[in-house]
Ligand binder design. Structure first.
Ligand code: ADP
Length: 161
């Protein structure tokens, strides 16, 4: 059985993430979408349980997708889950540079884990969690960037300023 992991912050999940999940789910038997718990990033928009709940609702139509969260080294988590494939999305050359470095290090740490990059769909190329967070903060329209499950949670967040 081919097991894939798609890790990220998903703060919040966007339509770009959903597109990558739907496409990756066709490539593996089981896809684990894993929310990274980063203790150094305390000022997130959404709590980890909220991020997980959104991902679960937005991927409910995909039978081979499950959602989890993890802390620590991704390579250790991948071993624990017996994953053979790591999924990453690519939007731009700046994504590429960062992902290239990470993939090289990950390969060194875990030679049997293969990283697969999926190119963003053009309609989602400019969508990022950080731009959604900015629009939430400045009260701009971000509904078109995120799945309904995410909008239903994010719209209730009160931001100061
Ligand atoms: P972001 O980079 O938006 O903060 P994450 O850290 O949660 O989001 O990203 C997880 C993975 O999803 C990364 O591989 C990232 O490149 C990819 N990704 C994020 N947004 C998109 C998008 N719009 N299209 C394709 N891939 C994306």
């Amino acid at each position: 059985m081919k097991i894939g992991i798609y890790p990220g912050s998903f703060d919040p999940m966007t339509k770009g993430h959903l597109d990558i999940i739907e496409r990756a789910a066709c490539l593996v038997d089981r896809l684990i979408v894993a929310v990274l718990i980063n203790p150094n990033k305390k000022n997130g928009l959404l709590s980890i349980p909220d991020r997980v709940a959104i991902l679960e609702e937005a991927t409910a139509h995909l039978a081979n997708v499950e959602v989890d969260c993890f802390q620590g080294l991704l390579m250790e988590y991948a071993k624990l889950k017996e994953a053979q494939v790591l999924i990453r999305g690519l939007r731009s050359t700046s994504d590429f540079e960062m992902e290239y470095n990470m993939a090289q290090i990950n390969k060194k740490l875990s030679p049997s884990l293969e990283t697969i990059f999926l190119m963003t769909a053009p309609e989602y190329a400019y969508i990022s969690s950080s731009s959604v967070r900015e629009l939430v903060y400045f009260k701009g329209d971000y509904e078109w960037m995120i799945p309904k499950a995410a909008f239903n949670k994010v719209k209730n967040i009160q931001v100061e300023g």
